[in-house]
Design a protein around this ligand. Structure first.
Ligand code: T3D
Length: 264
């Protein structure tokens, strides 16, 4: 459904098949309070159900992307049951993002720290502004990296880099993050949303089933052996090959015209 919705901790806007989710607690550098976690999960679930949404963009309001867990809320709440917090609030977010069979673009406009860094890593594509910084802040506050960071980081940048980033907890600038494979591209701050939107528009015109099954295959490949992945690709190709969009793609190629994909 097209339109803008403003709730407590996030804002959502849908147009032309692109759902933009803006983390919206700028005074706290968009740190995750309980409301933000709940609203973000609801937005992801709604996006999964809504056929009109083809691509998502996640970004932050103000000068930060997300500063991780709201430490003031954590202090106010006293001794916290962190295993429950992770199992019931953070981990479902990451799983929802990886299981959502639509591309998710992180438009990282500033610092992404702690679980905010994990959130960016869980997206399919990351566009960062030149001002962005990536910080595995966990050890600074006596915690271990969570919300998927220990899973994503070694896969994206290798063990040694992941160990350095998490042990030392030093901010990584956007250019370094691009060089090490955390980020797809870095753009000037004033171009960030235009670039993210242009990428989203391209993806929104792609065949949705093709992208959905590609994400499914890439997800599975991260834990699979070659022989079983080859067979899995063949199974998915049987599904994609039977779609109307596949026939349309071939007809468009042969007819020397752009394809018009419908999602069928
Ligand atoms: O507890 C659980 O649920 C377990 C799960 C944990 C997951 C995690 O994410 S743990 C890691 C939590 N995050 C952090 O440790 C990062 C804390 N923030 C920072 O280190 C710095 O703020 C930054 C490096 C991100 C940015 O630094 P800087 O100098 O640009 O900004 P600042 O001045 O530190 O912050 C600006 C304001 O945002 C400030 O508020 P104030 O004093 O002006 O009223 C600051 O307190 C607030 N803020 C920043 N990060 C958080 C925060 N408020 C609450 N929680 C935050 N995480």
């Amino acid at each position: 459904m097209e339109g803008t919705l403003s709730v407590a901790a996030i804002r959502t806007e849908t147009s032309d098949g692109i759902l933009t989710i803006t983390l919206d607690r700028p005074d706290a550098l968009n740190a995750f309070d309980r409301a933000m976690k709940e609203e973000l999960l609801s937005a992801l679930k709604a996006a999964e159900r809504d056929r009109a949404v083809r691509v998502l963009i996640i970004t932050g309001a103000g000068r930060a992307f997300n500063a991780g867990q709201d430490l003031k809320e954590r202090q106010e709440q006293g001794a916290a049951d962190l295993i429950t917090e992770l199992r019931t609030r953070y981990n479902p977010l990451i799983l929802a993002m990886r299981r959502l069979e639509k591309p998710i673009i992180a438009a990282v406009n500033g610092v992404a720290a702690g679980a905010g860094c994990s959130l960016a890593l869980a997206c399919d594509l990351v566009i960062a502004s030149e001002d962005a910084r990536f910080l595995q802040a966990f050890s600074r506050v006596g915690l271990v990296p969570d919300t998927g960071s220990t899973w994503f980081l070694p896969r994206l940048m290798g063990y040694a880099r992941a160990a350095e980033m998490t042990f030392l907890a030093e901010p990584m600038d956007a250019a370094t993050a691009e060089r090490l494979g955390l980020v797809n591209r870095v753009v000037p701050a004033d171009r960030l949303m235009d670039e993210a939107r242009a990428l989203a528009e391209r993806l929104a015109k792609s065949a949705p089933l093709s992208l959905a099954l590609t994400k499914r295959a890439l997800n599975r490949a991260l834990g699979a052996d070659l022989a079983s992945q080859l067979d899995y690709e063949a199974q998915l190709q049987a599904v994609a090959g039977a779609s109307t969009d596949h026939a349309e793609g071939v007809a468009a190629f042969v007819g020397k015209r752009p394809p018009a994909f419908t999602g069928e």
